[in-house]
Ligand binder design. Structure first.
Ligand code: SAM
Length: 267
């Protein structure tokens, strides 16, 4: 197969396609996040870092919060402003952002957005930025893949996973291959998109940091946070998914990691 390597990410460049590929009609992620914020008595000012299409930010806005959604992708931000109004949407980089000092009661970072911090320096800068952004006792809520889950799970790697979806009259098919870069501690993904409209295949590469639970604890402690919850579910992307009223578990064995931490030592 001949393929074109795209410089951009097909999903983040096409937010409608992203929502079609990862539907959340019941706003489970937004509801789970609101549940965490409420359970810990968090104030109303929320920053959603890596907000993507704005679905979760708008849900939190609808729950009565004052929300800022931030993302690096202009396409995502434009989509969010039009389709999920309510929050203020701004362009910011997870790797180092400054949206004001002590101006948020919570920072949320959902669906592995945090794992776009690949290096320790980028992770340090992210947590430093959160510390600056949060008011005293502010909360950090993050939900992501669990690096520890990949230990020994060679069955998840190398063989392509195939997914199909129809969007705006075109059938899309993706072949996704995951590989582990042990040196960089990254999960690398190669995804080849084909369509039935005669376009050439598009190959895209991305990577997530393989972040381990004890490593996360260390980063948080170093940056002045106390871990309140760290668990593998139930959450919005676990199987079975979280349901209203369910409390967090205490294991970190399965494929998703959920963390809630409080800033106890502000700058
Ligand atoms: C997997 S999506 C998750 C989106 C959203 N949080 C959700 O749960 O639907 C990851 C998002 O992170 C954004 N992103 C990637 N690198 C980023 C960076 N360095 N700074 C800010 N956002 C980034 C992407 O544009 C994308 O919208």
């Amino acid at each position: 197969m001949t393929s074109t390597t795209a410089a951009h990410n097909l999903l983040t460049d096409n937010p409608e396609l992203y929502e079609a590929r990862f539907p959340d009609p019941d706003r489970l992620a937004g509801r789970w996040t609101e549940d965490c914020l409420r359970r810990h008595g968090t104030g109303e000012r929320v920053l959603d870092m890596g907000c993507g299409t704005g679905r979760d930010a708008a849900h939190l806005h609808g729950a009565g919060r004052t929300v800022t959604g931030a993302d690096i992708s202009e396409a995502m931000l434009a989509h969010a402003r039009t389709n999920h109004p309510g929050p203020v949407y701004v362009r910011a980089d997870l790797h180092d952002f400054d949206l004001g000092r002590g101006v948020f009661d919570a920072v949320v970072c959902l669906d592995s957005a945090l794992l776009y911090c690949h290096t320790n320096d980028q992770l340090d800068a992210f947590f430093r930025s959160c510390r600056r952004a949060l008011a005293p006792d502010g909360l950090l809520v993050a939900e992501m893949r669990n690096g520890a889950y990949f230990l020994g799970r060679v069955d998840l790697l190398d063989a392509p996973a195939v997914n199909s979806l129809a969007w705006q009259g075109t059938a899309y098919r993706s072949h996704t291959t995951l590989t582990v870069d042990r040196t960089a501690q990254l999960l690398r993904r190669t995804r080849v998109w084909t369509t039935d409209d005669g376009s050439p295949p598009v190959e895209q590469r991305s990577a997530w940091r393989l972040l381990f639970p004890q490593e996360l604890r260390h980063f948080l402690a170093t940056h002045g946070f106390e871990v309140l919850e760290l668990h593998d579910g139930p959450g919005p992307r676990t199987e079975p998914p979280w349901q209203e009223g369910q409390l967090p578990g205490d294991t970190t064995d399965a494929d998703r990691l959920h963390v809630v931490a409080r800033l106890t030592t502000p700058h």
